[in-house]
Design a protein. Structure first.
Length: 340
């Protein structure tokens, strides 16, 4: 048995690291490049082994202007995309013609080097690049709230979801992930780490970076509003109350009464604060609880469904498949595969 454990440890130690390629362009936002390197670069196994290899590349290697008062020097060219397990396209300001519905031929050719099955993600308006080459046609996507109207006009075939922090769509040849504004890139990167190596690794990265491992709601709560609702009461107490009772029936009327609001006022205020309807938010929290139990416990699926508030295993399967495209058993096999 000891020999088997030792062999397993050696196999794990020899596994190749997940390769992430970040494709930067003129006018890039340094903070978005930093997010990728910081979060993926902090992901380690229990034994301290780095889990990702990150390479920054450009269509033309060399000096790349940023939207700040400095440039960066990129050594790798587009060939780095051909060997990547994940390709990330951050936003770029100034010379980004993708937000005008155009894309340079050399950028289109570079994206064509991505190998079949590789994961592709965008941060902020990087989604315009993916849409411009047709990668988002018929698929779910999001981008910065301030660019959603332009995005919808240019790319009507994309299923744009403007109210959420990030999307996941696994229906095509490439799994596609998109995120909203800059900070939502943090949420997306943590989500990808969690998908790859489980919540323990993602939570460790979040703690080291001093960011929450998961933020509630979507980007609708950050949209500029011409007339702020000064002095409005929060719905935070009802959310805390619901989180303590995920395994029990929770009604909209109960939540509204806790805040001494009408159902209509509560629903409007809740959406303003979280970016989601109360029911969608509650379902999201129940899914997070179910995922945690699938990853960290040996409870049977029907028990997990009950404790997370879905009632039946069939209901949990339906919700998890709709959200992630997998069954509870498949999810558990992925994230309870043993030490990384």
């Amino acid at each position: 048995m000891a020999a088997m454990c030792k062999d397993r440890a050696m196999d794990v130690a020899n596994e190749p690291r997940h390769r992430v390629a970040v494709l930067v362009r003129d006018g890039m936002l340094p903070i978005e490049l930093g997010i990728v390197h910081r979060l993926f670069g902090r992901a380690k196994s229990a034994e301290g082994r780095l889990l990702y290899e990150i390479v920054t590349c450009a269509v033309r290697p060399g000096r790349v202007p940023t939207d700040a008062d400095f440039d960066i020097v990129v050594d790798a060219g587009p060939e780095a995309l051909a060997t990547a397990d994940t390709v990330i396209v951050p936003a770029a300001h100034g010379s980004d013609t993708a937000v005008e519905g155009r894309i340079p031929p050399e950028l289109r050719a570079a994206l064509g080097l991505i190998r079949p099955g590789a994961r592709i993600a965008s941060i902020c308006t990087g989604a315009f690049v993916l849409a411009a080459v047709g990668l988002l046609d018929g698929r779910r996507a999001t981008t910065h709230w301030d660019a959603c109207e332009q995005f919808r006009r240019l790319y009507p075939r994309v299923c744009l979801e403007p109210d959420i922090l990030y999307t996941e769509d696994r229906t095509g040849d490439h799994p596609i992930f998109t995120s909203a504004g800059v900070a939502a890139g943090i949420d997306l990167c943590l989500h990808l780490v969690r998908r790859d190596f489980g919540s323990a690794v993602a939570n460790s990265v979040a703690r080291r970076t001093v960011v929450p491992p998961h933020r509630e709601g979507g980007q609708a709560q950050y949209v500029e509003r011409p007339v702020p609702d000064v002095g409005a009461r929060s719905t935070g107490r009802s959310r805390a109350w619901a989180l303590d009772r995920l395994g029990q029936p929770v009604t909209l009327r109960q939540l509204a009464e806790l805040e001494a609001m009408s159902v209509r006022t509560f629903t409007r205020r809740f959406r303003e604060e979280t970016g989601l309807s109360p029911q969608r938010w509650l379902t999201q929290q129940r899914l997070e609880r179910a995922r945690q139990l699938l990853e960290e416990s040996d409870l049977p699926v029907d028990r997990i469904a009950d404790e997370a508030g879905f009632g039946t295993a069939a209901s949990l399967r339906q919700h998890l498949h709709r959200a992630l495209g997998v069954s509870p058993s498949a999810y558990r096999r992925t994230f309870r595969r043993g030490p990384v």
